[in-house]
Design a protein. Sequence first.
Lengths: 216, 187
Amino acid sequence: MASQTKPVLHGYYRSSCSWRVRIAFALKGMEYDQVPVNLVRDGGQQLTTRFKALNPMQQVPAVTIDGFTLSQSLAIIQYIEETRPEPHLLPSEPKTRAQVRMICDIIASGIQPLQNLYVLLKIGEEKIHWGQHFIQRGFEALEPILVQTAGKYCVGNEISMADLCLVPQVYNAERFKVDVTQFPTIKRLNETLLQHEAFKTSHPSCQPDTPDDMPI
Amino acid sequence: MEYDQVPVNLVRDGGQQLTTRFKALNPMQQVPAVTIDGFTLSQSLAIIQYIEETRPEPHLLPSEPKTRAQVRMICDIIASGIQPLQNLYVLLKIGEEKIHWGQHFIQRGFEALEPILVQTAGKYCVGNEISMADLCLVPQVYNAERFKVDVTQFPTIKRLNETLLQHEAFKTSHPSCQPDTPDDMPI
């Protein structure tokens, strides 16, 4: 099933959605190339005609893999999961699978889209408050859910897509100065996951396009 | 599948989704939440995929990985890229400019979705079988119409929506004929 050509990730070092995909590649032990798309330089490289042809939503990540291009991080990750099954990023039991997806969607639909660059630019002056608000709200919902579902990781004791979504969102929370100590389970899970090799090698601080003078 | 409905009026009483009782079902204080097989789930696509995986017929996802991924991509463009930016909570925070705001994000999302659907669609969003993508599209077109977005700009979206609205499942589930649909239903 796997193609001879390496997958290509079009992403940005600090894009939390791109980071989710980088973690997936790392966990699966997959080599891939990166084509950085700088969301800030040149007015935003995601707005070029060339990139729009890859992803009409003009967002990162987009991944070219097995001869075609996909966008939307969770669609990409589940494609990788279904074509390169080891190690599993979703449990096999339907209820816990559903809980993984629910946690992913709270983050990927309920938090991140409300604090991504495009929206913050539209909000303007109030953008920090706006971003803080939606992260705070989302984490207030996520914490009691994770209290129920989490073992060593977000759902039970195996790393899943939920963990791939959580860590980049905590990174964003810290950028927005949301106090994550309010959420002890989120904090604990994040700290555990950041010790894992795949989360370290994929971290925004050490990507090909990470600036030397990287702002936090 | 038969199911019961417990309406949660998002507008009445300051928003019934904000009650302590409902918050216990869904800490995000949003609909839908589904209690099924002894537990409660939120997030519509998590719910739908649980149903798909436990009641497999008819399939709502193709079996081929690439087209499965395309279905999910289309769902996520709608469920992450459009709808969250125009849901009630966000519109209340935006305030006066909410109509423009909602129109903007629907317009933007449909401008991206149209060329994607041109590539993927047969009779339905992806090929010739109904999938989760169709389940996401039709309600989003309904929202687009509420926000007065001109859907004729998007011929594939328009065609798919019209086809799907003829299907029994899309008719019986339509907002106009639910247990909690008001008699004087605003469009």
